[in-house]
Design a protein around this ligand. Structure first.
Ligand SMILES: Nc1nc2c(ncn2[C@@H]2O[C@H](COP(=O)(O)OP(=O)(O)O)[C@@H](O)[C@H]2O)c(=O)[nH]1
Ligand SMILES: Nc1ncnc2c1ncn2[C@@H]1O[C@H](COP(=O)(O)OP(=O)(O)O)[C@@H](O)[C@H]1O
Length: 185
């Protein structure tokens, strides 16, 4: 099967969304939209950044995998990916590392995992600069999930492309190389 899913993972602020936009703009790779019960940030739109759900509407969907991250629910549907694969051969999705492990297990070689990394002080700076609510940043940085995702989980070691996303120009070069190696340019 020639269908592929690029799974972008890593802790909050490591640049997952930025890379998914880069893939869309430069490689016409669309992003599968996932569902969440967290509130939209300034500028985020329902059906574009996420499907924003209430606890009730979230519970009514059927998910391929779902998680709790820093007190909110997130989930992705098999239908979301399948309907994307009806239109294109390659799509991307942004998930936490538990989600990335689930995608790798389910889709094997069809799932290409990019794990993004950055040191903690730079991450908290980026979250502040992004304009996240200061209380939310503290809550997030203190969450078990955030700490877990700072380092690549054992299940993904040797199965993911690891990129330290410090300098955006270097990151882009690494992503370009990966796209070339995968014949996706
Ligand atoms: N497993 C899983 N994780 C998700 C899903 N949607 C979003 N996430 C992850 O949930 C975490 C929190 O996302 P978000 O609140 O948007 O914060 P951000 O990472 O700082 O942009 C991030 O690691 C996302 O990648 C999903 O459907 N499944
Ligand atoms: N290499 C980089 N250098 C500087 N700022 C970056 C870099 N990559 C992403 N950012 C910025 O850091 C913030 C977090 O990136 P984002 O893509 O939203 O991360 P995530 O989706 O992983 O939470 C955003 O404001 C983004 O513009």
């Amino acid at each position: 099967m020639n269908k592929k899913i690029i799974v972008i993972t890593g802790a909050s602020g490591t640049g997952k969304t930025t890379i998914s936009h880069y893939l869309k703009e430069n490689y016409q790779i669309p992003n599968v939209i996932t569902h969440t019960t967290r509130m939209p940030r300034d500028g985020e739109k329902n059906g574009v950044d996420y499907y924003f759900e209430t606890d009730k509407s979230f519970s009514e969907n059927h998910y391929l995998e779902k998680v709790e991250y820093s007190g909110h629910k997130y989930g992705s549907s098999e239908e979301g990916l399948e309907s994307m694969w009806n239109k294109v051969d390659v799509a991307s999705i942004v998930v936490d590392t538990a989600g990335a492990i689930a995608y790798k297990k389910k889709y094997g070689k069809q799932a290409i995992v990019i794990f993004l990394e950055l040191d903690l002080p730079s991450l908290s700076e980026r979250l502040k600069k992004r304009g996240d609510n200061p209380d939310r940043i503290i809550q997030r940085i203190n969450s078990e999930e955030f700490h877990r995702d700072l380092k690549i989980p054992q299940e993904l070691q040797g199965k993911a492309y690891e990129i330290v996303n410090k300098d955006m120009n270097i990151t882009k070069i690494k992503v370009d190389k990966l796209m070339k190696a995968l014949n996706l340019e």
